[in-house]
Design a protein around this ligand. Structure first.
Ligand SMILES: NC(=O)c1ccc[n+]([C@@H]2O[C@H](COP(=O)([O-])OP(=O)(O)OC[C@H]3O[C@@H](n4cnc5c(N)ncnc54)[C@H](O)[C@@H]3O)[C@@H](O)[C@H]2O)c1
Length: 327
């Protein structure tokens, strides 16, 4: 396959590029490097620096690439994704995520790229009514980030109906870990995810790890989440693209491990091999007690099965951070 990976210099996009290259596919990355890094781009991928809001730049990349061979599929990872920031800057999120997708889709359609794999999120479910989320559950986001992603999902479906576009919308749960090569991992200025925060504390880059809330309705009182290794997630994208090529179908699927771990369990698993200071503090607003993916659909339709466990996720994130420190 020849695959356009928009946002391929970022965390999940770069891991997907690594899996695409390992599977023998040809990859073109388009990214404005607003949060991604040039060093994340696989050396075998062709790189274009550009913004999805810049239709001229998108068109010239597509024209240049199409003369060498048509794209079979586009994958769209480029977005802003910090929930707290989306609350204080909703317009920036609508601009980049929703207007950015509108711009990208119009250029893709113009250049006859009619298969799209799209990064969505469990944030589209909002405060789920049940602990285990099914794709058919109500989507009622509780922050502008989730709202923009839901707007994108709907835009894709309307455009698909009008322009013969096939789509694979993937709703990620808690993504973590680093590639086994340790060449790439999660490296952002503003880290908000649980596992990197634990590892940065263990490595002395933070003074304290805080557990937000100990009185949730869960066995140990801390929030339960579904952690998926980024390599497992990336492999689902390769399968998603192959599925679009093999069938005339589209799909929406959750991607998680299908199991939940509480914050306390994640911490205890880490404490088995690392030492770190931690404290309990009050709940954060808007955190549901439990969020686990039902992954039956991705399993059945894509033939996908996550393979890497929590211990591997933790170890790989730690090893990546240690390598970044030169250790
Ligand atoms: N990281 C997670 O835990 C998580 C969970 C659920 C969903 N997602 C979704 O996955 C996708 C990728 O997330 P990530 O963690 O890899 O984020 P990331 O910030 O590491 O990657 C996003 C990439 O897109 C690029 N980009 C952003 N805006 C752009 C624009 N206007 N034009 C061109 N490039 C642009 C950035 O430079 C970056 O390389 C996002 O769409 C996000 O909503 C992520």
């Amino acid at each position: 396959m020849k695959v356009l990976v928009v946002g391929g210099a970022g965390y999940i996009g770069s891991h997907t590029v690594y899996e695409l290259v390992r599977a023998g596919h040809q990859v073109v990355v388009y990214d404005n490097l607003s949060s991604g890094l040039m060093k994340n781009v696989h050396p075998k991928a062709q790189f274009y620096l550009g913004d999805i809001l810049d239709q001229e730049s998108l068109s010239s990349m597509l024209e240049a690439e199409t003369t060498k061979g048509a794209f079979d599929v586009a994958m769209h990872f480029a977005a802003k994704l910090i929930v707290e920031e989306s609350v204080s800057q909703p317009l920036a999120y609508y601009h980049n995520n929703v207007e950015g997708l509108r711009s990208l889709l119009s250029v893709l359609i113009k250049h006859s790229v009619r298969r799209l794999v799209f990064s969505s999120t469990a944030a589209v479910y909002g405060q789920p009514a049940t602990n285990i989320c099914l794709e058919s559950d109500p989507t009622i986001p509780i922050n502008p980030y989730g709202e923009t992603k839901l707007a994108c999902e709907k835009m894709i479906q309307w455009v698909a109906a009008a322009h013969d576009l096939q789509f694979c919308i993937l709703r990620y749960f808690n993504v973590a870990g680093a590639d086994a090569s340790l060449e790439i991992g999660l490296q952002h200025d503003q880290l908000t995810h649980l596992i990197p925060l634990i590892m940065q504390t263990a490595l002395g880059q933070r003074d304290m790890f805080y557990i937000f809330g100990s009185d949730y309705d869960t066995p140990d009182g801390t929030c339960i989440r579904d952690y998926i290794h980024v390599t497992d997630l990336a492999q689902a994208h390769v399968l998603g693209a192959e599925y679009l090529l093999k069938t005339d179908e589209s799909l929406i699927a959750n991607l998680g491990s299908g199991s939940g771990y509480s914050v306390r369990q994640v911490l205890d698993t880490t404490l088995r091999f690392l030492d770190l200071p931690y404290e309990y503090t009050s709940r954060r607003p808007g955190d549901p007690a439990c969020l686990i993916a039902d992954i039956t659909h991705a399993r059945e339709v894509l033939g996908w099965q996550p393979k890497l466990d929590l211990q591997t996720i933790l170890q790989s994130d730690y090893d990546f951070r240690k390598k970044l420190m030169g250790g």
